[in-house]
Design a protein around this ligand. Structure first.
Ligand SMILES: NC(=O)c1ccc[n+]([C@@H]2O[C@H](COP(=O)([O-])OP(=O)(O)OC[C@H]3O[C@@H](n4cnc5c(N)ncnc54)[C@H](O)[C@@H]3O)[C@@H](O)[C@H]2O)c1
Length: 344
């Protein structure tokens, strides 16, 4: 289906803003409504290229607000709801997890109820490879694998993933789930591994490496991830789960070495710091289900994507300097204090 009207939650965030931009371009007759509470992670300026388009409307609202969500879904009557709004940072969920339960679990429940009441045809729930928990070599996670999340963030995402699926099995709601791997690219809040490293390097600061740096992650560029989500809206089957995977799997330290090489630096700027408690050693998904069912494969190689990302952060210093000030600076100082030796 190509929706005539679509609501995108979390559309002022990193992946959501790219979903909004691509939806406006890919579906030239579609009205797109962005819903976002503009937390520390969401900014109107992330919607550059979408704001100002007559087919785009921005609504500042909280997905935990059942009355507001019911009224909005009833008013817009979207054919599809693409749900990305979430608390998204594992380290913050270790520091304080309640807001993760409220937004990721209760907020998702609120949206599912509103979608059901107002007959939304497709509910696209954006989930993550972290719901599988630690994946030992050489296994590749498949949609039918059990969910064994190990961080409060991952547990809240697993709960919302299961809740979404339960609305398909119980109520027949047109739920489709995508599970994405680690995503990188422009407009990513600088607390996450790659933008933290890139902006630290641009500021001449050291780059933290958690533990032994051998935790394996799978990487996809945000333009590919967003396109995969829209392809799942168009041709996903109700009740099905689609991996947004790339096959580009490498240890955190190795991806940092790639960034250092691109920025003309060497390993002397890396600082080993205390590991994240309960840090999963490996995430890896089998990309085949999405290739077979949706025809989805990423187009951007990791090398090309990293080059473009480094260039974007170089060219958008005001964007990330603004985000690194204020409450982020407090958060960063707390992280530094907890992981003694960070700046050592
Ligand atoms: N970044 C990744 O590597 C990755 C990988 C797989 C899946 N995901 C999932 O994709 C989605 C988007 O991730 P992201 O990296 O773009 O996150 P992000 O933190 O950049 O954006 C989240 C957005 O949600 C908004 N939001 C938070 N709480 C809200 C609330 N209560 N009501 C309304 N809006 C609220 C924020 O303001 C922000 O704009 C999340 O569901 C995340 O779990 C992310």
């Amino acid at each position: 289906m190509i929706p005539g009207r679509v609501i995108v939650t979390g559309g002022a965030g990193f992946i959501g803003s790219e979903v909004v931009r691509q939806a406006l371009e890919r579906w030239p007759d579609t009205q797109v409504v962005t819903v976002d509470a503009l937390t520390y992670a969401g900014h109107r300026s992330n919607l550059e290229g979408a704001d100002g388009n007559p087919r785009h409307r921005f609504v500042e609202a909280d997905i935990r607000d059942a009355v507001a969500m019911d009224a909005l879904v009833g008013e817009v009557k979207p054919d599809a709801l693409v749900h990305l709004a979430a608390e998204s940072h594992v380290d913050r969920s270790i520091e304080a997890s309640t807001v993760f339960l409220e937004t990721n679990v209760v907020g998702t429940g609120v949206l599912l109820e509103a979608a059901r009441r107002h007959g939304v045809r497709r509910f696209l729930h954006v989930s993550t490879d972290e719901v599988y928990g630690d994946v030992p070599e050489p296994h590749l996670s498949r949609p039918e694998d059990p969910l064994l999340p190990r961080s409060p963030y991952a547990a809240s995402k697993a709960a919302s993933d299961l809740l979404a699926r339960s609305h398909f099995t119980t109520h027949g709601l047109g739920v489709v789930i995508t599970r994405g791997c680690n995503t990188y690219g422009p407009y990513q809040f600088p607390e996450k591994l790659l933008p933290l490293a890139i902006t630290n390097l641009l500021l001449g600061e050291p780059v933290p490496v958690y533990g032994d740096g051998r935790q394996v992650r799978e990487w996809i560029h945000v333009t590919d991830h967003a396109r995969g989500i829209l392809m799942a809206v168009e041709s996903g089957v109700d009740g099905e789960i689609y991996p947004m995977a790339s096959g580009e799997r490498l240890a955190n330290e190795d991806i940092l070495m790639k960034v250092l090489a691109l920025m003309g630096r060497d390993a002397s700027v890396l600082r080993r710091v205390a590991d994240r408690p309960g840090h999963d050693r490996r995430y890896a998904m089998d990309p085949e289900p999405s290739r077979a069912a949706l025809g989805f494969t990423p187009v951007l190689s990791l090398q090309a994507g990293l080059e473009a990302t480094v260039a974007w952060y170089r060219d958008h210093r005001a964007w990330w300097e603004e985000r690194r000030s204020g409450s982020y600076a407090d958060y960063y100082r707390r992280q530094v204090a907890q992981r003694a030796g960070w700046q050592g």
